[in-house]
Design a protein around this ligand. Structure first.
Ligand code: PLP
Length: 614
């Protein structure tokens, strides 16, 4: 990767471009993210901001339908294609509202995995597209399924255990209403590839074994509801990184489908592939996340299902997908500012050499002075030899604090000089040296709140400065968040290095964009340290610029504390008691007002400063 391109050609899918030093949205007027951030600021909303771009949701929805429908034509496939969006991937109103605006164009449906998701799916699905229901189904959940059917929804309850089927049979006997479609989730031998592989395979948490499947078929027949059994479902894991894995699972599922039809499942006409369609998160050639495109994925699915169906002489199945990540990841970006650079970037002027220094200090000074293009490696090795002895020398009292500081500075100066003089390929220690001079960028955000999968699974998300891109980014960077948790850090990774700019934050702000955050991150984000969701803004790109709408402000501390059970009244009472007993009476009112600023206002310090006189 050229340092300043941030791998856009791998992950950005032409949604974003770098132009004239700025990251821009590649649509219509091509506005810069920086202009959007500045406009929000003018309206009183500061970073961190979650920016949502609805056109990118539509783009992905369209892509799924186009790829499958093109493949249907190409393969001369007689089945139909249908997609549903799994709500678990992003239930936030700011996303779902936009998704629902586009859904009727495609007849795009919803998948629900819990009661609340199911109720949301029913309410949101006014266009009566299909609803699929996964997850644990007790009697209440099954009743909600029947309610949806009564309301005219095309709903399929996908059973994950025999007990769930028994619940459906029990409710069907009790109610006069029509019975929802029934699906069965099968536990394939095949499992996914990558981080989420354990969602599939014979030991996975979900689905019926083949033996249970045969048992379910008998139960369906005996209860006279076999005609409702229409869908075979599997999900082998999210972010499947290899198409070979998909091929294997499709062959297996295709065989099971055909066998079930031969065993009498006469209404069965659909295979639901679950999710798993991967997106590219990698910012570097060497860290790519998948080996296939959506077109290849769709083509493989249809080709293999057609092949198996022809061999077994059954009608090809209709196809449903439940892709979530693919639909929602691209649309949302977190933009936040760098608050501080924890620089250990020393200059010669920082050295405080004594008249008489310990030998090790003099030696390091000499090395620093002598290094040149020819001897850099040899001098580096000499320096490392000296630096290795410091800990012992300090512990034994041979060097004092000032000496130790001089050694620290000399170590840094020598490292930088070597990095400047040698080529990466000429030095084995290159990556270690980069680590030594890495800069820590403190961002105004919480990794636990905004990128929980980085914390939990080591999932990378593309990081790009949204401006200054005309200058070379020279600093090997690690990102620190503002939680007081040492896990709130994105380390410098020499295999996928991030370089950022040398910015003087006193003169200008420095904004970083964190991309592809629209899948799973929002709902999995946690309030560790009581850092809550940033302000959210929906951005429409127009021919002449952009429009900001549906702004949902971040919560104040009062609201965050309320969300974890503290009542406003109790907090205020406690503050008043303390102020009345501890603060001079002339200052009491002012002190309480001061507390209220920090407690109730968003961007509290900015407002506090403005209103210092209350
Ligand atoms: N369907 C089911 C049953 C799932 O469990 C999941 C996610 O875990 C999905 C669909 C969505 O998967 P993805 O976001 O990888 O497309």
């Amino acid at each position: 990767m050229k340092k300043d391109e941030y791998g856009l050609k791998y992950w950005a899918d032409e949604n974003f471009i770098i132009d004239n030093s700025l990251v821009k949205i590649n649509r219509d007027s091509k506005p810069a993210l920086l202009d959007i951030v500045n406009e929000a600021k003018k309206m009183g909303y500061n970073t961190p901001l979650i920016l949502r771009f609805p056109h990118l949701i539509n783009k992905q929805m369209k892509k799924i339908y186009k790829s499958f429908n093109d493949a249907i034509k190409r393969e001369n496939y007689s089945g139909e294609f249908q997609a549903v969006f799994p709500l678990k991937v992003n239930q936030y109103n700011g996303f779902v509202n936009e998704f629902i605006r586009y859904a009727p164009r495609y007849g795009y449906g919803l998948e629900a995995g819990s009661k609340s998701e199911l109720l949301l799916a029913i309410a949101s699905n006014e266009h009566k597209a299909p609803i699929t229901v996964n997850g644990f189904k007790d009697l209440e959940m099954v009743e909600i399924g029947f309610l949806a059917k009564k309301m005219g929804h095309n709903i399929t309850l996908i059973i994950e255990s025999i007990n769930e089927l028994k619940n459906i049979i029990r409710v069907a006997k009790k109610r006069e209403d029509p019975i929802p479609n029934i699906g069965i989730r099968i536990r394939l031998y095949s499992y996914g590839s990558g981080t989420w592989a354990k969602s599939g395979g014979i030991d996975s948490k979900f689905g019926l074994t083949v033996t249970e499947m045969i048992q379910a078929l008998t139960l369906l027949k005996d209860s006279s509801i076999l005609k409702e059994f229409k869908m075979l479902h599997f999900h082998i894991g999210s972010q499947i990184n290899s198409v070979q894995t998909v091929q294997k699972a499709i062959r297996e599922a295709g065989q099971i489908y055909a066998e079930l039809k031969k065993m009498g499942a006469f209404s069965l006409d659909t295979i639901n592939l679950g999710g798993g369609l991967a997106i590219e998160y990698g910012q570097h050639k060497s860290t790519r996340y998948k080996n296939y495109s959506i077109d290849e994925f769709a083509g493989q699915v249809l080709r293999l299902l057609k092949q198996v169906s022809e061999e077994k002489m059954v009608k090809v199945p209709n196809i449903v997908t439940e892709s979530g990540r693919f639909v929602s990841a691209h649309h949302s970006i977190l933009v936040t500012s760098v608050l501080e650079l924890f620089s250990q970037d020393y200059k010669e002027k920082n050295l405080k050499l004594k008249d008489f220094n310990p030998k090790v200090v003099d030696e390091l000074v000499l090395i620093y002075q002598k290094i040149n293009g020819e001897n850099a490696l040899e001098q580096l090795h000499n320096a490392i030899d000296h630096l290795d002895s410091i800990e012992t020398l300090f512990e034994l009292g041979y060097i004092d604090l000032q000496d130790r500081s001089n050694i620290e500075i000399l170590g840094d100066l020598i490292t930088k000089k070597v990095l400047y003089l040698v080529k990466k390929e000429d030095i084995i220690e290159y990556d270690t040296l980069l680590h030594k001079v890495e800069e820590r960028y403190l961002i105004n955000a919480s990794i636990f709140q905004s990128m929980p999968d980085f914390w939990g699974l080591g999932q990378n998300f593309p990081i790009v400065p949204i401006h200054h891109l005309d200058k070379k980014a020279v600093r090997p960077a690690s990102i620190w968040d503002i939680t007081c948790d040492s896990d709130g850090e994105i380390d410098f990774n020499e295999k996928a290095p991030l370089f950022l700019h040398d910015i003087d934050l006193k003169d200008e702000p420095y904004y970083l964009g964190f991309f592809l955050l629209g899948a799973y991150q929002e709902i999995l984000g946690m309030k560790h340290n009581l850092f809550d969701r940033p302000t959210e803004i929906v951005v429409d790109i127009t021919k002449n610029g952009f429009k900001l709408r549906d702004i949902k402000e971040s919560n104040s501390s009062k609201e965050i504390l309320e969300s974890v059970g503290y009542s406003d009244k109790v907090i205020i009472d406690k503050i008043e008691r303390q102020v009345n007993s501890l603060v001079d009476s002339s200052k009491r009112e002012e002190t309480i007002k001061e507390f209220l600023y920090f407690y109730r206002e968003r961007d509290n310090y900015l407002k506090f400063e403005k209103n210092r006189r209350y």
